[in-house]
Ligand binder design. Sequence first.
Ligand code: TRP
Length: 358
Amino acid sequence: MTSTNSTRTSYDTAQQRSDKIWDRIATDPSGLRMLTGDRPTGALHIGHYFGSLRNRVLLQDAGVETWLIVADYQVITDREVIGDIQGSVRELLTDYLAAGIDPERSTIFTHSAVPALNQLLLPFLSLVTQPELERNPTVKAELQAAGKSAMGGLMLTYPVHQAADILFCHGNLVPVGKDQLPHIEQTRVIARRFNERYAGGEAYFPEPDALLSEAPTILGLDGEHKMSKSLGNTVMLKMDEAETLKKIKKAKTDADRQITFDPENRPEVANLLTIASQATGRAPAEIAEEIGDRGAGTLKIFTAEALNAHLAPLRARRAELEQDPGYLMQVLRAGNERANAEADATLQRVREFMGMVY
Ligand code: TRP
């Protein structure tokens, strides 16, 4: 089997498992523990929101136990400059809460504040081989995107760190994009090997499932493949209505006045329709038909207004949260405390399995 084929097969299996879990969430979410998160690089844009954050809130509200990791150590996998990490963490937290993550029900925490989680990295590293680490396609792509030739040690091993992020709290459900599938597969392998090699065959760590959503990828407003803050082609959640309108008005489109939903041939127009669709809950083709031959100008105004209306409650809440940095820190400290309790218990059990209790 070629590597493309095996990648495809494991992708299909992951998709099938993911479909089953969506059924379970709809009928009985008890026993599901979601662990997911982000590297803190600043405030979030609508690509993050429609692509993942909104889905997490939905899962939380459906009764899935929710753990969110702010992966601060992951920031230094591919850059030398840490930057304003405090500020980035604060912005991320503000967006989470504004979007509807409820700190009473959900736990938000950072890597660096949970020592026992990080220590799991050591036994976990003993369970993987160098070639396994080196062939992770996402790590390779990220190395390339960072423009680096030499792989840093933390970059090479961060999928194992991510396994610790997920397994320390026995997370069994990881909502992620397709690019994260190699990491989830690596996590499953580590859980399996740990159970076999150190836990005497007991299913101590679960083999977590990726949960793939149907959320579309939002392209950059300049037609680039991805929305990315560094390219300046985004609408940030924290922008106000006028700024949002201005950004959308500047979006790249084409000259055809007849608006149609044709992602293949008219990706920029289709992207605006996708954003409008996400914000209104209506089908993109239906919106296209309504706009008809009134051109991209009309489409842009429609999209900006739909987006502003959809984001208004989130933005109002965001503005309130920004006034209260003390509250945000309190939320994070409480989350870190809960994560530490969980990680300490797991590490203790791991030490027992390994006969390392002194
Ligand atoms: N690697 C993820 C990303 O770059 C962030 C992340 C860190 C994560 N730890 C995680 C995602 C655990 C899911 C589960 O987006």
